[in-house]
Write a protein of this length. Sequence first.
Length: 232
Amino acid sequence: MAPFDLKAADSIEDVTAALSLVHDSYVELGLIDPHPSGLRLLPHHLLPETRVFLAREHEEVVATLTLIPDTEAGLPLDSAYRQAADGLRLEGRRIGEISCLALAPRYRRHDVLLHLFRMMHVCARATGLDDLCVVVAPKHGRFYQHILLFEPYGGFAELDHLNGAPALLYRQDLRTIEETTHGYYASSPAAADLYQFFFEEAATVRARATAGRGLTPAEVETLLMGHPELHI
């Protein structure tokens, strides 16, 4: 039994608790300057399609990530990788971006991240996304490429909105990832078989993964009071 509770956010309290962890983590890493609200809030968090996932230990949020489906507002990655994203759009593919990932310091070597990714992955496939994209620091690329089986999809960039942090873009084709994962992990022992974890055991989290919701107009208005600089 995992020592944490996983869920898709279904209230403004869930969202603010998750984005408080992101804010504090990013400030600690030097990626952003502190914001008076104590939240790392993107304009995309105000969209009804966005989903925030979180893990709690007791009442404390210890891990979170955000899934942002592509809309007319675009994606956060467009600031550095618009050409790469437009290539997928022109093929008629629906993209989702994984963003605002943060872990409490004591969980940074814990499997909570894989559990959170599975929940997000189930939601992404259930909502008809064709591709998942993520912009990550180069030092984390191996995890995405060799464990989660993303493929490099964009070269080196420096992110102005994260104090010039270096980054690479990775992509996962959701149309083929089940087959790819099955082949890659076919000879793995059960404890390391991520095909079983992500696909055969997905039913164990499906209800919770798809139970989240975006913010209501009233909740958006509440958050904008602390973030007048944001707009959609």
